[in-house]
Design a protein around this ligand. Structure first.
Ligand code: MSP
Length: 648
């Protein structure tokens, strides 16, 4: 039976659109999963959204939505984004789902029954944004949150507490006995010293708001969002439900369980979560990998600073593979990385266009030029053999290093190793001068051997790129005519494939990017404020053609336009709609000068019930849309449409 591998991302807060930071964790987990699958593991990959809590309740209010509508909308955006990034998660858990909420209620009651949770009272400064209380010594500048800098509120509330203190020694013992429980090591050390400095019991319920899982035995309390959220890793597997087969398979009897988390949420995962599991009597099967952050040159990504970059923007301009490659390549293991347009373009141009893409193109074109597209492995002694042997050795070393780095979640480092092999393969061309060998018919076999070595090295490189370059690898294999059985990890052996028939003149794998121009393009994308980005409003429920037929839209010619005498936002228009000249009031005064509208043909809803707007009669409505700057743009029609023409 295959070994199991269960990997999770944190569940994301649905507070807004996801930037490249959230995409980083998810792409990293997806690449690790693909790698494990190639290694023959039976994998399960979970992601989802963390939908309860005051912050979400407030975000919904700010958008004039109910919390449920708000989270439904953002969870939809998240799923769309993960589809666009070709994330192959097996499940998507939402904490507002019944399958999750019911189990969280149970978990809370179990902990209560065991006296691991007790009722008490809390007074302290509370940060709504971080959903946490802080002690006076933790606060900065008097009453500001040490994590996010926002002003905290002094609250006193009845609350349930989880007995963290009771488990501190047990936790330290567990960490000690499982040296790989938290990686990297530096993060583990942070956790250990935090626990050693003394754990306070944790407030695990709230009464100040209601958007959460209610405590079953005392419903004026809702369960603290982190207790609710952390449980997702087992509720999604069916823990404590009628069918817990996934839980048994991937957790209880599973071989590897990895929670991938950002450094900011390590404490919750390394302290609260194992203690919850100890209290529940659930085995601690997981390990934690804490990664760093994508920062911008001027610090954290922030919508208000206008320095955010969204994955969709980069994918639509540079393609999925380039984006996914960059995002895991540019953050070294466990550290932070800085996103800059220059690095983004350079990384793609250097690694993918120049080194890998070019190697494939050059090799294929030489194989055609010198051998009509067909080469065979002709083992024999020749003067360049040492270069070839060296390449084979470097390839073997790369395969080993790559695997051990990938096993430790060092994806960026594994890709760096791979780049070395790509460069070394390119070097075989520089070392052997194939164009000179081609001039001497006596050296034909030598040339063929060089070509064969290039092709085999490219095949191995392409296999190792499989977890990262999702579309490109299949293309490269097709270009080289690599059969299915030579395309996976079991075929990672130099010389396994004996003959090649390559395609003629296939297109380049990656188009070269004009550095200066593209850096400018990305800068423009970054400067767009969030509100500058077109937001696609949800499509309304379906109607029939008969419903549409009730709306009478006509072409109308504007023959007069003036500002409304009292309302600065309104224009008063006289529009000829064929049947008569109508008085129409329109809210476009901020965007159009009246004199520029005269003579234009517009779309008029002609059978709309007349109304008075600020004292002026309006006998219809002209059509307009909103652009990305939230400005109204009138739908102008071709002037050859006569007034009164029916629009359908
Ligand atoms: N909902 C909690 C997690 C609960 S898990 C039981 C949460 N959500 S979050 O949306 O704020 O963050 C989700 C993850 O995204 C975290 O791991 C966080 O570190 C990560 N990132 C957020 N911004 C990031 C960057 N700029 N760069 C890399 N990762 C970042 O916390």
């Amino acid at each position: 039976m295959n070994k199991t591998f269960y990997i999770t991302t944190p569940i994301y807060y649905p507070s807004g659109k996801f930037h490249i930071g959230s995409a980083y964790t998810t792409c990293l987990c997806d690449s690790v999963t693909r790698y494990k699958q190639l290694q023959g593991y039976d994998t399960r990959f979970l992601t989802g959204t963390d939908e309860h809590g005051q912050k979400i309740e407030e975000a919904a209010k700010a958008n004039n939505k109910s919390p449920q509508d708000h989270v439904d909308y953002i969870a939809g955006l998240a799923k769309d984004l993960w589809n666009q990034l070709a994330i192959r998660n097996d499940d998507f858990i939402r904490t507002t789902e019944k399958r999750h909420e019911a189990v969280v209620e149970d978990i809370f009651e179990k902990l209560l029954a065991n006296d691991d949770i007790y009722l008490g009272e809390y007074t302290g400064n509370y940060c709504v944004s971080c959903e946490s209380y802080f002690t006076p010594t933790q606060l900065v500048d008097g009453d500001k949150c040490p994590d996010c800098g926002l002003t905290t509120k002094l609250l006193k509330e009845e609350t349930y507490f989880l007995r963290l203190s009771k488990y501190a020694d047990k936790l330290l013992d567990f960490i000690d006995k499982n040296p790989d429980f938290i990686v990297p090591e530096t993060r583990k050390n942070e956790v250990v010293s935090f626990v050693k400095s003394g754990l306070q019991d944790l407030s695990v319920s709230r009464t100040a708001f209601s958007w959460g899982v209610k405590v079953r035995s005392n419903p004026k309390h809702v369960v603290y969002v982190w207790i609710d959220a952390l449980s997702n890793y087992i509720t999604a597997l069916g823990y404590d439900s009628a069918d817990d087969s996934l839980y048994q398979k991937y957790w209880v009897n599973g071989d590897e369980v990895i929670h991938v988390v950002g450094k900011d949420i390590l404490r919750f995962h390394a302290i609260y979560w194992p203690i919850m599991l100890m209290a529940l009597g659930v085995p601690i099967k997981f390990r934690l990998f804490a990664h760093g952050w994508y920062l911008m040159k001027d610090g954290k990504m922030s919508k208000s600073k206008g320095n955010v970059i969204y994955p969709e923007q980069l994918v639509s301009r540079y393609g999925l593979d380039a984006f996914r490659y960059y995002i895991v390549r540019d953050i070294p293991y466990g550290n932070d990385g800085v996103f800059t347009p220059e690095d983004y373009i350079k990384r793609i141009n250097t690694d993918l266009v120049n080194d890998y893409g070019n190697l494939v193109s050059r090799t294929i074109s030489m194989v055609h030029k010198y051998f009509g597209g067909h080469v065979e492995n002709k083992k024999h002694e020749h003067p360049y053999i040492e270069f070839e042997t060296d390449l084979v050795n470097v390839a073997n070393e790369t395969i080993n290093n790559y695997k051990s780095l990938m096993d430790e979640f060092k994806l960026s480092e594994a890709l760096r190793e791979l780049s070395v092999l790509v460069k070394r393969t390119n070097k075989l061309i520089d070392d052997t001068f194939p164009w000179d060998l081609a001039k001497d018919p006596a050296l034909k076999d030598v040339l063929e051997s060089v070509m064969f070595h290039l092709l085999e090295a490219i095949r191995l490189i392409t296999i190792l790129y499989l977890p990262f370059l999702l579309n490109t690898c299949a293309k490269a294999f097709d270009y080289q005519g690599v059969e299915e059985n030579f395309r996976d990890f079991y075929a990672l052996e130099f010389g396994l494939k004996k003959t090649y028939d390559v395609l003629k003149n296939p297109p380049h794998l990656f188009p070269r990017l004009d550095e200066e121009k593209e850096v400018e393009e990305i800068r423009k994308l970054m400067l767009m404020k969030k509100e500058d980005k077109p937001e696609i409003k949800p499509i309304l429920p379906e109607i029939t053609i008969d419903d549409f037929g009730k709306v009478d839209i006509r072409a109308g010619k504007i023959i007069e336009a003036r500002n409304h005498k009292d309302a600065t936002k309104l224009l008063v228009l006289k529009i000829d709609t064929g049947d008569k000249v109508r008085n129409i009031v329109s809210g476009i005064a901020e965007y159009y000068q009246p004199e520029n509208l005269v003579g234009k043909t517009v779309a008029v809803i002609a059978n709309l019930k007349p109304v008075k707007l600020r004292g002026e009669l309006s006998e219809g409505m002209i059509l307009a849309g909103e652009n990305h700057k939230k400005e109204l743009v009138v739908v102008f029609l071709d002037n050859s449409l006569n007034p009164g023409s029916k629009i359908s």
